[in-house]
Structures are given as C-alpha cells and as structure tokens.
Design a protein around this ligand. Sequence first.
Ligand SMILES: [Cu+2]
Length: 280
Amino acid sequence: MTADDSVTRSDSGRWSAEGMALGALFVLVGLLGVAYGARSWFPELASRHGAGIDAMLNYLLVSTGGLFLVGHLVLGLFIWQGSRRQRVSRRSATPRAERRLSVGLGMLMALIAEGGVLAIGIPVWGEYYMSDTPDDAVVIEVTGTQFMWHARYPGPDGQFGRLRPELIDSASNPIGLDADDRRAADDVVWTGEVYAPVDRTILIRLRSTDVIHSFFVPSLRVKQDVVPGMTPDVQFVATREGRFDIACAELCGLGHYRMQGFFNVVTDTEFDRWLREQGS
Ligand SMILES: [Cu+2]
C-alpha cells in the first residue's frame, strides 16, 4: 500500500485508520490535560470562606476545560468533513449567519464560564469583604514594607495608637508608631509573624508604607493588594491550626522574593497567652 492509497481511501468517504488514531490522540490529550489540571493542587484549606473560592476555581477549570474540549471536537469534525471533499466549491454559511453564530457562541461560552463564577463567587465576596464584624473578632493591622510584613495588635485598650510616617525607622520603628500617643503605649508590633486564633473572626486591616504589596496567605485563600494611602480590610475565619506561609503577591522591588512571613493559627488560649506575653 502506498501513501496515495490511504488518500484515495479517505476520499472514498470511509474513516482511515490514521485519521481515527490521530483524532483519538487529540481527544486523549485533551481529556488527560483536563484531568491533570483538575487534580487537587491547592495547599490544604484552612479557612471557612476558602471552600467557596476552591469551588469557584474548580468550576472555572471544568467549564472552560469542557468548552475547550467541545471546541476542539467540533473543529476536528469540520476539518475531517472538509478533508473528504475533493475541493471546496461553496460557502457553508452566509457571512451574516457566520457573524451571528460567532457572536452567539462567544456570548454563550462567556455566560457558562463567567456566569457560574459570579454565581459561586459573589456570596464568597460578600463573606470576605462585606459581612458584619462580630464583637469577639480579632482586629490585626498588617503593614507591608519593603520587604517585610509587620503585624500590630491594639493591646488591652482595644485601640490602635497614632502612626506618623516621619517617625518610620526600618530598624527601631518600622511602621512609625507615635510614642507620644497614649493609645500607642500598649500596641504590640511583631515582625515577620502574625498570630491569630482559630474559629474566630479575624479582621485584617492592611497598610503599606512604601509601594504596592499584596498580602497573600494561600492556605487561608486570602489575597489582597495593599496600596499606600489605603487601608483595605479583609475578614475571614481560620478553621485549622497551623503555621501558614505569607507571601507578597505583587512585584514590589528587588527583595520581593524574600518578602515572606508566617501566619500562625493557634487556639484561643494560646493566642491570649501570646498576646499577654508580648504586652508585658
Ligand atoms: Cu511586597
């Protein structure tokens, strides 16, 4: 059998072994690609709202993966059908029908992928940014500086002391705490580590003293840009004790790669003890 024979056989309208094998290979690669992407690659979840974020990302992966597969199957079918013709002698659709189909299918795909993301994501957004703060919430101010995270707790008076940028000294006063303010006397400032209790609402108020940073704790599914001059709040409940990485997810300078910290989730008792020890 020569190469010409297989071409002739294709022209006769029957599926060639090569064509079927190639088609099966494409489908297999697509399916394996989606299965590989769908495996669990997130760090183990440690927050309540994080389940919603995982569901949203999984939905996005499965829906766009499915659309990707369907698109390629249809494309393969059209190519296969076209290849069986001796020559293309006419358009299959009018330009108007082509336009309608393109726009319609594009909108349908966006609706499937983005609609689902919005349906799953908006309640998570609400819990994260807009829910009421319970009275027993722990409020922690986290300040990003090049290239370190600093956590501040208000101390027994429950009030944060005044900050003055002109007092910032990277070694002795990294966030510019004003010692003349009596509310500042009991504030606890801790560099590189955040301590917070498990199963209690944690409100993180973010600040930056220099450039844009992004507070990122992958295990807690928390990520928020920190822009100088703004103090965005994020609120969440940690559901598991542990020591989790804090990263900076915004390229913030030459030392960006080493802007690492740790977010320690501990029991209520341990947290109170730790805070008392820092204050004494
Ligand atoms: Cu940074």
